[in-house]
Write a new protein. Structure first.
Length: 459
């Protein structure tokens, strides 16, 4: 491969991790963007906590729900639209556009509140978070597709994509560390929440700069040239591919949906566990925020350890085994927690924290990793990003279902029923994996051959 000068565009060619400048540059561009996405998604919990302390009931549970729901809607729209755009127009400019949207969205959020005072702040934040969500959503199919097309063999591909997804854990940790640092420097609460929202633009700006010098992968250019030569429309090609690969799509979409049903709901459970400990200690407002950030940092470390374990496993076992046994172990853990909660004595906050840490570890060492990887290597190039976007959007729909229904289950039946419901979702994820997920990963170019498709029944 030809080495590029600093003024040249960096080629995006298949290679093993670290063996080629273009591959490293490409993966760095994906990592920076996914770091920003995770940071933007998870920092809102600390921001809402600060706003509630600063403005009282003006920023309550209802306002938080609106802000979270608006961003979730934006994420789903971004996943579906940018997945299609990446297969139609190309990966590069769609990748650049998502970075630009996250920069603008993060900065816009940090400047909210100037008009209408505190009462207008929730609406402004909701609208800005919606725009931010579109950019964040677009990162899912694009980062996965760009990373997948950077490696020619399944082991390298899995490790590259695992590295990108691990930025989710580091983004969670970064949001906590920024809050801890700002409070340690005695910044005001208002300056702290504005800094938390604005900081997300920094890694997105790095991603924007890295992506500007990239151009398309050879596998995409080859498919695009064939499409242009035949003169077929992208919409017809997508419809035909979806009809042909519907079974695989059911598998990738349903497993991601079942995973996110309990993965995102764990955030509210985490807060309820820690709230009890804070109330017992009677901390000041600043100390409460500091302790929440510290607690989030600890749980983020469990998640990072899970990603490290998953990174090591992805080169040693199949995606199917990681996903199936990941769901199965989570189901067992949830049912154990449910039985303990159903007992006569309530488990201590320390024991609940240990369960929470183990849950985050198991999620990120198995199903969270594979539900991101499999959609990017199970579909042909001309619909790869589209199908990944559909699968990711299904996951966010599952997150919406979980966060909307599990709190009601908790209020009427208690935490034992919530954990039992999480166990049922994990069992359904394992069953969907068993029946619909491919047993083997294949070369991406083989998927573009006529009648080529990974089988969910291969040994």
């Amino acid at each position: 491969m030809k080495c590029s000068s600093p003024d040249e565009e960096v080629p995006l060619l298949p290679a093993r991790p670290g063996s080629d400048k273009g591959t490293r540059w490409r993966v760095a561009a994906a990592c920076a963007g996914f770091l920003a996405d995770a940071y933007d998604l998870f920092t809102i919990d600390l921001v809402v906590l600060i706003l509630h302390q600063q403005y009282g009931e003006v920023i309550g549970a209802h306002e938080k729900s609106i802000m979270v729901s608006m961003m979730l809607a934006g994420v789903i729209i971004g996943q579906l639209s940018f997945g299609y755009i990446a297969d139609w127009v190309g990966r590069k400019w769609a990748f650049v556009a998502t970075a630009a949207l996250t920069i603008i969205g993060a900065l816009a959020c940090s400047f909210c509140g100037g008009l209408g005072g505190p009462s207008g702040l929730p609406v402004q934040l909701a609208l800005c978070r919606f725009m931010l969500g579109i950019g964040v959503g677009g990162e899912y199919p694009l980062s996965a597709t760009v990373s997948a097309e950077a490696a020619s063999d399944p082991v390298s591909r899995g490790q590259l994509m695992g590295l990108v997804l691990s930025m989710q854990g580091f983004g969670m940790l970064l949001s906590s560390l920024i809050a801890i640092g700002a409070l340690s420097l005695n910044m005001s609460l208002e300056a702290t929440w504005r800094l938390l929202l604005a900081f997300g633009a920094l890694p997105s700006a790095v991603a924007f700069g890295l992506r500007w010098s990239l151009h398309e992968s050879q596998v995409f250019e080859k498919v695009k040239a064939s499409r242009d030569a035949m003169g077929s429309s992208q919409s017809r090609r997508v419809a035909a591919a979806l009809a042909r690969h519907w079974r695989l799509l059911v598998g990738t979409a349903s497993t991601w949906c079942f995973l996110n049903m309990f993965q995102y709901s764990l955030g509210s459970f985490k807060s309820s566990i820690f709230d009890a400990r804070i109330q017992q200690q009677g901390l000041s407002v600043r100390a409460e925020v500091f302790q929440h950030a510290s607690f989030s940092a600890v749980t983020s470390c469990f998640a990072i350890l899970g990603f490290i374990s998953g990174f090591l496993l992805v080169g040693r076992t199949s995606r199917w085994a990681m996903q199936f046994w990941g769901f199965a172990s989570l189901a067992g853990l949830f049912f154990v927690i449910a039985s303990i909660h159903a007992g006569s004595s309530k488990p201590s906050a320390t024991l609940q924290l240990a369960f929470m840490g183990l849950t985050f570890f198991l999620i990120n060492s198995g199903a969270n990793l594979t539900t991101y990887i499999v959609p990017a290597e199970a579909f042909p190039t001309h619909v790869r990003a589209t199908c990944h976007g559909i699968s990711a959007a299904s996951g966010k729909f599952g997150a919406f279902l979980g966060t909307a229904t599990f709190p009601m289950v908790k209020g009427s039946l208690g935490m034992a029923a919530v954990y039992a419901a999480c166990g049922v979702a994990a069992v359904l994820g394992a069953l969907s994996t068993h029946f619909f997920t491919p047993r083997l990963a294949v070369d991406l170019e083989d998927l573009d051959e006529p009648d080529a498709a990974p089988s969910s029944k291969e040994a």
